[in-house]
Design a binder for this molecule. Structure first.
Ligand code: IPE
Ligand code: MG
Length: 232
């Protein structure tokens, strides 16, 4: 979700106003995905690097998180959406950590869609914390280094029980991953949009879905193996 600051600047408004509009766009995206039968939606709300922003902007973002968690949970419950936060939660205030845990608990039994919010998240952080856990298992003798496979790695990641993403959407015009789900995006279709996040709406989501529908996913195979009878 990129482009909040530029959206605000174009209107000669403070960046924080862009973030406020960004929350609305996120709500639109969640509703639209839930209505379209998306199984899992992951929103990259705050990266491990975003802590470097001016203190005031970080403060506003934290206030927006706290506020929106409380405000959105009833609708999530009503729509059967299960909320989960991934990232380095220890970096947040006790209050925010408690809010996150409470929101997760209140939506834990929902099964219409998983909404994953990546906060203080970084793909490198995720892979590193997984490696550290595996190293601890090796040290304790519970795991042989030879037994470490991609599948073993998978379950140590923050996304352990979630499917790898089919489609990645980045708004705001930049064409980079910026430390999002690095491991999990290995075979994901990448869609880059020039729209600034606060302007994101259903029509753009549908354009992204149309792009996805036009892709052929081979996962390393050749085209004939996919199109043919499977013996090729
Ligand atoms: C994305 O918008 C929102 C967050 C990272 C929280 P930006 O704040 O990065 O907006 P630009 O890139 O400055 O326009
Ligand atoms: Mg940005």
């Amino acid at each position: 979700m990129d482009g909040n600051g530029r959206w605000a600047r174009a209107r000669m408004r403070p960046r924080t106003e862009g973030h406020r509009q960004g929350v609305k766009a996120a709500r639109t995206a969640v509703r639209a995905c839930a209505a379209r039968g998306v199984q899992t939606l992951t929103l990259f709300a705050f990266s491990s690097e975003n802590w470097r922003r001016p203190r005031q902007e970080v403060g506003t973002l934290m206030d927006l998180f706290v506020g929106s968690i409380g405000r959105e949970v009833p609708e999530l419950v009503e729509k059967g959406i299960r909320l989960r936060f991934i990232g380095d939660r220890g970096a947040f205030s006790e209050r925010l950590q408690a809010r996150m845990a409470e929101a997760e608990a209140r939506t834990a039994d929902n099964d219409h869609m998983d909404l994953v919010v990546a906060v203080s998240y970084g793909g490198r952080w995720d892979i590193t914390q997984a490696a550290r856990r595996l190293a601890e298992q090796v040290r304790s003798g519970a795991l042989e280094p030879e037994a470490i496979t991609p599948e073993v790695m998978d379950v140590q990641l923050a996304t352990a029980d979630l499917p790898d993403p089919d489609l990645f959407i980045r708004t705001g015009g930049e064409k980079r991953i910026s430390n999002f789900l690095l491991w999990q995006l290995a075979y994901t279709e990448l869609y880059f949009s020039d729209i600034l996040w606060p302007d994101f709406e259903e029509a753009e989501l549908d354009r992204a879905f149309a792009f996805f529908a036009g892709r052929q996913r081979r996962f390393g195979h050749i085209q004939e193996q996919i199109a043919g009878n499977g013996d090729a």
